[in-house]
Design a protein around this ligand. Structure first.
Ligand code: GRF
Length: 219
């Protein structure tokens, strides 16, 4: 009998790579049926590159200085990702804006994780903005990437209640905890064929997801 190969991931990072680590750990612990073919960073000093090496995953560095413009950069990035025959591109703290051409090329097979309950607070500094607005809740979103920043179809969200005396640091830590559960879970849905990107919308277990995706409770 022919067995299907595990889902091939290419993970794009710029920094710490704690989400990358959560994905590596989920694969090691057999909670996620996937392999990471490569980790690509736009920053040579990104700590996530060490995590990848530690796990014997191929790494590539593509700095913006190596290319004359965004289009050339994104073309080179596309080529490398295709060389690794990625089924899925995982943005995990990749801090570059991607060109419409790049996004179109990978549409339906590129995911991002964002530290807010989208559509609230797209962009940077979400914890600061949530605290300044005195919100009662905050959370994380995993979504498909489209041309508009942080605005692609939402797959899943996890929420936390803001505590008294909450700081940006405490929020960062609590949000990371949610992210590290949510991202591997969503990737596993794709690996198992439970989650489909269709012209009608996103189907999870054959049901169309609402605009805010599936709400997940993380302990
Ligand atoms: C995460 O908070 C993620 O939501 C955002 O960038 C951060 C990356 O963190 N897109 P890490 O590098 O995975 O630790």
């Amino acid at each position: 009998m022919q067995t299907k190969q595990p889902l091939k991931l290419v993970v794009l990072i710029s920094g710490q790579g704690s989400n990358l680590q959560a994905i590596i750990d989920a694969i090691t612990n057999k909670q996620l049926d996937a392999t990471i073919s490569a980790v690509i960073s736009d920053k040579s000093e990104a700590y996530g590159l060490m995590r990848a090496k530690e796990a014997s995953i191929a790494t590539r560095i593509l700095t913006k200085e190596q290319y004359p413009n965004r289009q050339e950069y994104d073309l080179a990035l596309t080529k490398i990702i295709e060389e690794y025959q990625a089924d899925l591109v995982i943005l995990a703290g990749f801090m570059r804006i991607l060109s419409p051409e790049f996004v179109k090329h990978f549409v339906g097979r590129i995911l991002n994780i964002h530290p807010s309950l989208l559509p609230n607070y797209p962009g940077l500094n979400t914890h600061e903005r949530v605290l300044a607005a005195a919100d009662k809740q905050h959370g994380v979103t995993v979504h498909f990437v489209t041309e508009e920043l942080d605005a692609g179809p939402v797959i899943a969200q996890a929420t936390l209640q803001i505590l008294p005396n909450e700081t940006t640091e405490s929020l960062k830590e609590r949000i990371h905890h949610l992210e590290h559960q949510l991202y591997p879970l969503v990737i596993q849905w794709i690996s198992k064929g439970k989650l489909l990107f269709t012209p009608r919308g996103i189907l999870l277990d054959n049901q169309l997801l609402p605009a805010n995706g599936r709400q997940i409770i993380v302990q």
